[in-house]
Structures are given as C-alpha cells and as structure tokens.
Ligand binder design. Structure first.
Ligand SMILES: [Zn+2]
Length: 426
C-alpha cells in the first residue's frame, strides 16, 4: 500500500514536471515567433527567449522519490528545475515563486489572531476591461489599489492581508483582477464597492490625463486647446448600479477553511498557455520589462509578523521566541490598542508536518554576485552570451544535483530525460 501510494505521488510529480516543460517550451517559441514576425533584433529579448528555452529543457527538470522532511522525517516525492531562468514568462520559475509566496502567506496566517468582530475574507477586486495593453491595464488597477489602500475606509476595515494579481485575456480585452486574503471587520458590500469604484475612477482619470499630456508634449502642445475644451470624463462602469464588480467571501478561520484561499491567492500567475494567446505586441512589451512588478505582496498586520520573524535571529530559540513575541505584541498594541501578553505556554516549535510535496529544499547558495545577463549581452554580444550561458547552466545543474543528493542522501533522483543521480553516483 505504502509503495503504491508513493508511486502515484511520484507519477503526479512527473506529470507536473512534464507540463512545465511543455508550457515553458511553448512560451519560448511564442516569444521567438513574435520576435521573428516583427523583425525585432533586440539581443536582450533573444537572450531572454533562450533562457526560458534552456530552463524548459528536459535535462533541467528533476523528479525525486523518498525525499524526507528535515523536521519530521516524513517522506515525499518532489520535483523542480536545476537551473532557473527567473523569468516571469517561464512557468517553472513562476511556479517556484508561487510556492515561496504560499510559504510566506502560511507563516503570516499562523501568526494572526482574530480580534472581536474580525473575520477572514477572500476578496476579488476587478476593474472594467479598459481596452488597453496589458501593461497599461495593470498600471490603472495598481493605481486604483494604491489609492484604495490609503483610504481611511480601508484602514478602518482591513487590518492586514495578502494581495496577488491575475489576468485573463477575453474578447473585450484584459480582465485584470486582484485577489485579497485579509482580516477585516464587517464590510457593507455596497459601501465597499463604492469606495473601490471611486478609486478606479480616479485611477482612470489620472491615466488618461497622463496619456493626453504625453500626446500634447509630443505634438508640441498643439492640442492643448482641445484639452481645455474636452475635460476627461469619469470612466463609465457598465453595471446596473454603476459600481465596479467585487466578490467578497467569508472564510472559516480553521486551517482547512483557509487552505483553499491560500491556493487561490498563490496559484500560478497566469495559465501558461496564455502567452501564446497574447497579442504579439503585448508579449514583446512584457518581455521587455527589465524589473517585473511583484505579483504577490503582504500588507498590514500580515507584514508586521513577517518583519518580526525575519529581524530576530538568536542562537537561543527561547530568547528568539520571547523577543519575537514582544515585538509582535508591541506592533499589535500600536495598531489596535490590544493589551500586551508576552508570556504564553504555546509550544515554541510546533513541529508541524509539512506534507506538501512541493516543499522544496533551499536554494544553492550563490558565491558572489556576477554581472547580470542583460548587462553581459549589452557589453559582449549575444553569441558570447550563449557560450557563457551554456557553461553556467552546466555548472549550476551539477551543483544543484550535488546539493540535492547531499541533502537527501536516501532519495532517488532522475532528470526528465531519464538520467538518474543520487548521493552514491555523484
Ligand atoms: Zn525558468
């Protein structure tokens, strides 16, 4: 029974790895196709496409059986990539980022305590599809979100939470939305929507004003006259009551109740086939972003906990615990006025078993910071970069194999191209 269970788990891991390989390869070819078709010679973009392609090679993906949880000893099957390109267009690297986000969110949630009248809610904020490019659409929703968060209404109602971004491409343009998992007080649905709608209106207004000003500057202010004659009107929201659509769902505060919401907040940012569906100009625009925006963030009380946990590192675990508690309680007192209770009898380490198979080992530590790949291409050209990339990938793959085999001495590993590796072999 034990065996067949583990085999099915391993099979699942293999399926996940296979789908990442095929999605990654199609992301790379969608980008290559768009570059070719539009006769774009930008070496950086070709470099990026190649990085995604290499990241999606079969020999770059491992699956392993009988890895053990270092705390509990529990065995599990796992998978991952050996070298990471780190691109937001790469399904493997995006999946890695969402595992990291999930861990971060779980940690934040573990430290939350609901106060009287508070609850966990899963909220989806949407904006009407504005018929703009993906990056422009995102600019508008992000502006609306920044305005929303600064509102007194938001501060009074939402104590903390996490936010992640998602978009789908529809016939009427991009449908961009934010998912929030937060601790809130009672929310009046209409009131909440009205506040959010006002922020959307302000964001659209600002966005179109800046577009208009750019056009004016480009035309040497020839159109300024027209600007005065045509004030920018509020963006029309075509719902029955003129308010933007928002979904609010109350969650049970049990671990199980929150589990689904955690998955939802930290799932893949997009379905990987969406890159192929994207208009070529948008794909190229996204590929050209040098520093991609953060698709996941935590705020308010969720953040306070994390900072306290990160700041404190003491060799004595009990002192760390007490200091962490102290900081957390002080922060809570500042935010909510709740009484300080520092000493409690809760276990320091809850020894919780992490049965999640994607709970992968830590990164291989980097020795020193090398020149970024974009800069390297700029200075040395694409051809030289391809040689360097091949060498770097080979080294990293080997180092990662050693790292995995050393950490999990009794596990059995293989890459998707069928080559096995283990502690004894390396
Ligand atoms: Zn990658």
């Amino acid at each position: 029974m034990q065996n067949s269970l583990q085999n099915s788990e391993l099979k699942d891991r293999e399926d996940v790895a296979e789908s990442r390989v095929s999605f990654g390869a199609s992301s790379a070819s969608a980008l290559f196709y768009a570059l070719n078709h539009n006769k774009i010679r930008d070496e950086e973009l070709w470099g990026l496409g190649n990085r995604i392609r290499v990241c999606s090679e079969r020999e770059n993906h491992w699956i392993g059986d009988e890895l053990h949880n270092t705390e509990t000893g529990e065995l599990y099957a796992g998978n991952g990539n050996l070298w990471s390109c780190g691109s937001k267009l790469c399904p493997s690297c995006v999946a890695k980022a969402s595992i990291r986000s999930r861990k971060e969110l779980k940690l934040s949630l573990k430290n939350q305590k609901l106060l009287t009248g508070e609850m966990y809610q899963f909220i989806t904020l949407t904006i009407p599809n504005p018929n703009l490019s993906l990056i422009q659409t995102r600019t508008v929703i992000d502006k609306a979100w920044t305005l929303f968060r600064k509102r007194d209404y938001f501060k009074q109602k939402v104590r903390g939470g996490s936010k992640s971004e998602e978009f789908t491409l529809t016939e009427n343009g991009y449908h961009y939305h934010y998912h929030l998992l937060c601790v809130t007080r009672f929310l009046n649905f209409t009131e909440f929507r009205r506040e959010w709608t006002e922020c959307i209106q302000a964001a659209f207004k600002e966005f179109y004003l800046s577009l208009f000003l750019q056009a004016c500057i480009a035309d040497n202010f020839a159109y300024l006259k027209i600007a005065f004659a045509n004030p920018i009107l509020p963006y029309e929201i075509k719902t029955e009551d003129g308010l933007a659509m928002v979904k609010v769902k109350r969650l049970s505060s049990s671990a199980n109740g929150l589990k689904g919401a955690i998955q939802e907040v930290c799932k893949y940012v997009t379905k990987s086939d969406s890159w192929e569906k994207l208009p070529q100009k948008d794909l190229i625009e996204i590929a050209s972003i040098k520093r991609f925006w953060r698709m996941f963030e935590i705020f308010g009380s969720f953040r306070a906990q994390r900072n306290a946990n990160v700041v404190l590192e003491s060799p004595n675990v009990f002192i760390t615990h007490l200091l962490t508690k102290l900081i957390v309680e002080v922060l809570k007192y500042i935010q909510t006025g709740e009484r300080i209770t520092i000493l409690d009898t809760k276990q320091i380490s809850d020894g919780e078993c992490s049965s999640e198979v994607e709970d992968l080992p830590d990164k291989v530590p980097k020795r020193r910071r090398e020149m970024g790949w974009r800069k390297y291409i700029l200075e040395n050209g694409l051809e030289s970069y391809f040689e360097k990339l091949a060498e770097q990938v080979e080294k990293t793959r080997y180092a990662r194999k050693c790292f995995l085999s050393l950490k999990y001495k009794y596990a059995m590993f293989s890459t998707l191209d069928g080559v096995s590796f283990s502690f004894e072999e390396l």
